[in-house]
Design a protein around this ligand. Structure first.
Ligand code: IMP
Length: 193
């Protein structure tokens, strides 16, 4: 089976994506290729950060690679936290502190609509490709569920009553921002052979 590097050290994400590409590509994470550096995510957009990470692996390891960057964009907050989602409350990247700050900043708004946006950047045989996945939903005032990660306990996708953290992973993967972007990547890779 062909190998693709997923430029991520996040075991949650690697697991999700590996399951979706199962049978088509062997997906290796950064640790599997001995890359332990924290790749700088210094771009000012989700697309830019996705490209930075993929290019880094191609430059340093010479391997076909894709990377992913995700942000939660809240309408009332003008798209924040967006590209700053991981470090919204500080460098510790503490998911609970991020949720708490988001709730505080949203307190005075009735519009609690938001979307998750994922951009996957693929560098395959020197060619760059971008794939976007979006899911729209609402930010709940309380937290629901123990599954998932990040902002999952407060995000309920439109048309559903369960938060992402209450869904089993197949249900989440089927409708999520990352799931949709990975599906586009998958369709492309199948066509590319
Ligand atoms: P990054 O793409 O790893 O930088 O993620 C940015 C931020 O979004 C982190 O705080 C993650 O916890 C959060 N995040 C990324 N994907 C998801 C998801 O599927 N659900 C909830 N939060 C997520």
């Amino acid at each position: 089976m062909k190998t693709l590097i997923f430029a991520s050290a996040n075991p949650n994400k690697i697991r999700e994506v590996r399951e979706m590409l199962d049978g088509l590509y062997e997906v290796k994470g950064l640790h599997d290729i001995g890359c332990t550096e924290d790749i700088p995510e210094t771009a000012d957009s989700i697309e830019g950060n996705a490209l930075l990470k993929a290019r880094y692996v191609v430059e340093h390891f010479g391997l076909n690679c894709f990377s992913e960057d995700t942000g939660l964009e809240v309408t009332a907050l003008g798209g924040a936290p967006g590209v700053h989602s991981a470090r919204y409350s500080g460098e510790e990247r503490d998911p609970q502190a991020n949720i708490d700050l988001l709730q505080k900043n949203l307190e005075s708004y009735t519009d609690r609509s938001a979307r998750f946006k994922t951009v996957i950047a693929l560098v395959l045989d020197g060619q760059e490709h971008l794939f976007e996945g979006l899911v729209y939903g609402q930010i709940r005032k309380e937290q629901y569920g123990e599954g998932g990660f990040g902002y999952d306990p407060i995000f309920v996708p439109d048309g559903y009553t369960l938060s992402f953290a209450e869904m089993d992973k197949n249900e989440k993967n089927g409708i999520s921002h990352r799931g949709r972007a990975v599906q586009k990547l998958l369709d492309f890779l199948k066509q590319a052979g």
